[in-house]
Design a protein around this ligand. Structure first.
Ligand code: NAG
Ligand code: NAG
Ligand code: NAG
Ligand code: NAG
Ligand code: NAG
Ligand code: NAG
Ligand code: NAG
Ligand code: NAG
Length: 906
């Protein structure tokens, strides 16, 4: 499917004799200059100063080595983007500049005359420059001067009377005062990324020319599709017809008495339904209308794994009183309801075993489902480099990883339309957030007005995408910022809480519900949810905060614990309705380090303050739980350490994913597991499952396995020595089949542990439920043994009538692998050039965390990796080549290893 940028769609159809004149500023020749540094170089548009300096070899790769420190001089400067506009057409009587994104503090001049000053990276800006042009001397020079964001944020912070907060709540990473600017918050550093604070025109821009008479340019479009009567955060009635509400924001003179006509076409462009929209309102700059569609006139859109991703093309035309179409817009839409159910648990539900409190889960088209996924961070430190192809490649990994939801973390940037387009097609739900996180924010009138405009623009821009699942106000505010503020400044807390509600409840929530009835909102990820909801009276949601009743369960959980001694202690994990963040960092592979950060001689830095803490945590975890690599070759040793930190990460996340998934059938009815974090934006030790080069860490493979529909999971209590086995299913109907559990020595000899074995035992698991299949006490004899547990059931995928087979295998050991009597599993690896398959066999023992390693120069994804093999077992792996600079030679240099290799000196 082609990617249609909204501005192109917006201007694609006009039936007038003379169309508006649209000139794309990317077609102009730009220069980037800084007179103080005597820099004057060709530039791109859209772009950032860093990218143009790099393209012109003024600087090296910003991501390489320690360049995040070396290049700080760039963000201390002003940078000017300049172009000469080709002569503009004289056929029009009005001219506008339209910018989709300027980052951030921008002084705009045309022919040396001041046009405007902007201060929000996330707003669309347009300026009527008709009068400026009338007084222009040629050439028509357009200049955009970007001030130093760190400097300007500091100036704002230092203004007399400016708000301040206790230091503890001002989440500081590298550059201070990010709370005073509406710019990507992680541009000032985060614990997984560098601080480049880039400046530039990061999104497209246009010159728009119009005639006064009935000529307009659509600049943004809202499409809201919902069930009649639906309101945000409330359960829609699936028996109601659809309401189609369309609202067009345009540049141009007010249109008198317009009408709106729509055509809905299916994927093959066959008209499904067309007609007029009714209840038209026309205010300067915006026309709105709606109509109802019978439920059965369209097919539903479903997330991946739950049904088809049916999409339609909606075209809305604006007509004047003579029935001439004066503007037309097209958006690809889908019909679905998605709601965050945060309502109280009813008595009837409590009677079925649900713990009292409030729900906190998503329902798609009236069905509760288990959200399996991860957290998405900005995939590049410079957004103009993020292409639809890169997002598609990343989202391929999401779908291949059995994930159906991404939490697009706030404090980065609002997702581009092409990202939603790919998600719409692939069925990935995007939990979206306003860009606030890990600090408190000012609430003066200017700031709130700026935020409101930003939010309204973004809500309207993306609402038509069926993959849009939710809006949250920001990251870790209720669970982290508010309690920290209360502790640090108890006297100020009432003011701080009131300010928080002013921004996140009284400003952002109306920006959502005034524009969309289809999307739920909550002020914070993570949150204990609301007590009451009322759309007529501020603050609209009465939040629960910590008004918790014992024995009741509310809200989401966010869990990090860096004492690895309790990593596998199930009783340490939070019991909640939904897990939206959890994790532990690991190293990227040696190959990725080599590409980004290992100059000959190593890095020369004394900046170890944060590094030493994180390194210590990874090292402690690795050697506590797995064999400690002590290889004679230092590079091989470094590589083995990197790999072992990944084994721990995969193992630890795996334990939690299984805990949250089992929770779907326990009183907490947990219905989500989104680990931190999907991918990286640079090569560094981070929480990512996919590193900067696109290599899957072991985590992404382990999560893929445990996000299968049906899984079998061991739960071990080291104190009581009780082992339980559970089978968990996220399917929407019952599954039936058998389970097996057998014990082995590391040599692969089967040992009969009597009642601790299962042989073909029958199992039934209900919809979105879990069944305990074994509960046994293990004595010390089991310490040197390994259990292989298998489940095989039949059932049906959601919205499918076909019976399908679901199988899962899992391995369990009581003793930490650091103490296990590992043996040489005798791994053998063969590759077939004709079938493009690798075959791995374990010939002499059990192989733990079996790993195919690909050489530098190639990025390859296998359908499984990091798996276990029993003695005598073989496994065939197919693969997908993401990148290959080796001319296919990489296949000859793939190596196979397992945890046993960590016990060897070379
Ligand atoms: C840099 O930009 C800021 C704000 O955009 C402006 O106030 C200042 O005058 C500029 N400085 C220079 C040297 O252009
Ligand atoms: C743009 O500016 C011109 C000149 O001041 C004015 O005549 C025109 O009405 C303006 N257009 C809009 C849409 O405000
Ligand atoms: C349907 O129309 C859209 C928008 O005009 C176009 O991008 C798409 O390729 C068309 N699809 C087919 C199947 O012709
Ligand atoms: C139009 O507005 C009327 C009055 O508010 C309402 O009853 C009706 O449902 C609306 N029709 C549509 C299609 O929105
Ligand atoms: C406007 O044109 C459409 C077809 O393009 C037609 O169906 C409709 O009746 C016309 N309306 C008026 C008021 O003429
Ligand atoms: C919402 O607030 C309004 C105004 O205070 C009040 O009249 C109404 O009863 C409230 N509705 C609910 C459901 O609490
Ligand atoms: C082990 O069981 C005991 C007794 O039921 C319980 O108190 C403890 O929390 C359990 N520990 C784990 C790790 O589950
Ligand atoms: C390492 O950096 C320090 C401080 O910047 C510098 O003085 C020293 O010469 C550097 N050493 C090497 C080997 O480059």
């Amino acid at each position: 499917m082609a990617f249609l940028a909204p501005f192109l769609l917006g201007s694609s159809v006009t039936s007038n004799a003379s169309s508006p004149g649209i000139f794309d500023l990317s077609a102009s020749q730009w220069t980037l200059s800084n007179p103080a540094l005597d820099i004057n170089i060709p530039a791109s548009f859209p772009s950032y100063a860093h990218l143009d300096l790099y393209a012109n070899q003024v600087i090296g790769n910003p991501e390489y080595g320690l360049n995040d420190f070396n290049l700080r001089w760039i963000w201390k400067q002003n940078w000017t983007y300049t172009t000469t506009l080709a002569s503009l057409s004289t056929r029009y009587d009005q001219t506008f500049l339209l910018f989709q994104g300027l980052d951030t503090f921008t002084t705009i001049e045309l022919c040396g005359q001041h046009v405007s000053y902007t201060n929000n990276q996330f707003r669309q800006y347009y300026f009527n420059v008709t009068d400026v042009l009338a007084h222009c001397q040629r050439p028509l020079t357009l200049s955009l001067n970007f001030g130093s964001a760190p400097q300007i944020a500091e100036n704002i912070a230092n203004q007399p009377g400016q708000t301040d907060w206790p230091t503890a709540v001002k989440g500081l990473f590298e550059i201070p005062h990010r709370e005073f600017m509406r710019k990507e918050q992680n541009d000032f550093g985060w614990d997984w990324g560098p601080a480049f604070a880039p400046a530039g025109p990061w999104q497209p821009g246009f010159v728009v020319q119009l005639n006064r008479e009935q000529q307009v340019h659509p600049r943004n479009v809202l499409v809201d599709i919902y069930r009649q009567g639906q309101r945000n955060n409330l359960i829609p009635d699936q028996g109601q017809p659809w309401v189609l509400n369309a609202s067009i924001d345009y540049i141009g003179e007010h249109i008198n008495d317009p009408s709106l006509h729509f055509v809905l076409r299916d994927a093959m462009n066959q008209t499904v339904v067309d007609g007029a929209l009714v209840n038209i309102t026309s205010v300067p700059g915006t026309i709105t209308g709606s109509n109802t569609l019978p439920s059965d006139s369209v097919d539903l859109w479903w997330p991946v794994g739950m049904g088809p991703q049916t999409l339609y093309w909606l075209t809305v035309g604006v007509r004047d009183t003579k029935n001439n179409t004066i503007a037309s817009v097209t958006r690809r839409v889908g019909f679905r309801t998605i709601v965050l159910n945060g309502l109280p648990v009813l008595d009837g539900e409590i009677a079925t075993g649900v713990a009292p409190g409030n729900h906190w889960h998503f329902e798609i088209n009236g069905h509760a489902f288990f959200a399996k996924g991860s957290n998405f961070i900005p995939p590049d430190v410079f957004w103009p480099r993020v292409t639809p192809q890169r997002i598609r490649s990343l989202f391929d990994a999401v779908v291949a990883g059995n994930q159906n939801m991404l939490r697009v973390w706030s404090s980065g940037a609002y997702s581009p339309d092409f990202m939603f387009e790919v998600a719409d097609e692939m069925g990935i739900l995007l939990w979206s957030e306003f860009e606030f996180g890990d600090t408190l924010y000012p609430v003066d009138e200017d700031f709130l007005e700026n935020v409101y405009e930003e939010a309204v623009y973004q809500v309207r821009r993306v609402n038509h995408h069926p993959s849009l699942a939710y809006w949250a106000g920001g990251n870790e505010l209720e669970n982290l910022e508010l309690p920290t503020a209360k502790k640090a400044a108890p006297g100020d807390y009432p003011r701080i809480l009131a300010e928080y509600e002013k921004l996140f409840l009284s400003t952002l929530f109306p920006a959502v519900f005034e524009n969309s009835r289809s999307i739920s909102y909550a002020p914070s990820s993570t949150s204990n949810g609301f007590i009451t909801l009322n759309f007529t009276d501020a603050p609209y949601m009465q939040q629960r905060y910590n008004n918790l009743e014992p024995g009741h369960i509310y809200g989401e959980t966010d869990y990090y614990h860096y004492d690895s001694s309790v990593a596998f202690n199930n009783s340490a994990y939070p019991v909640g309705r939904f897990s939206n963040e959890f994790g532990y960092h690991s190293m990227p592979s040696l190959q990725t380090w080599q590409e980004y950060a290992l100059p000959p001689g190593g890095l020369n830095t004394t900046n170890y303050r944060n590094t030493s803490k994180g390194m210590a945590e990874m090292t402690a975890a690795a050697q506590r739980w797995y064999p400690r690599p002590e290889k004679s070759n230092s590079m091989a040793n470094f590589s083995a350490w990197c790999w072992t930190t990944q084994v721990f990460q995969a193992d630890y996340y795996g334990a939690q994913i299984q805990f949250y998934r089992r929770g779907s059938g326990l009183p907490q009815r947990t219905l989500g597991s989104l680990y931190w974090q999907l991918e990286d934006q640079w090569a560094a030790p981070t929480w990512a499952g996919i590193d900067r080069a696109g290599r899957w860490k072991i985590l992404h493979y382990r999560a893929k396995d445990l996000y299968s529909n049906v899984i079998i999971s061991p739960f071990w209590n080291a104190t009581t020595r009780e082992l339980d086995l559970w089978v968990t299913s996220d399917l929407w109907s019952e599954v039936r089949g058998t389970v097996n559990a057998k014990w082995y020595t590391w040599d692969g000899e089967e040992v009969d542990l009597g009642g601790s074995n299962l042989r073909g035992q029958e199992v039934t698991v209900g919809p979105l439920n879990t069944t305990k299949v074994l509960s046994t006490m293990l004595n010390a004899n089991a310490s040197d043994l390994v259990m292989k547990a298998e489940v095989e059931v039949t059932g049906k995928m959601p919205n499918s009538d076909d019976t399908a087979l679901f199988q899962h295998t899992n391995w369990f050991h009581t003793a930490p692998l650091s103490q296990a009597k590992l043996v040489d599993p005798g791994l053998q690896l063969t590759h077939s050039d004709t079938s493009r398959v690798f075959t791995i066999a374990a010939t002499s023992g059990i192989s733990a965390w079996t790993w195919l390693d690909t050489p530098a120069g190639a990025v390859v994804v296998f359908d499984d990796n990091g798996f276990w093999l029993g003695k005598g077992e073989t496994k065939k792996l197919i693969y997908r080549v993401i990148q290959d600079d080796t001319d296919g030679e990489w296949v000859k240099n793939v190596t196979i290893q397992s945890l046993w290799n960590s016990t060897l000196a070379d």
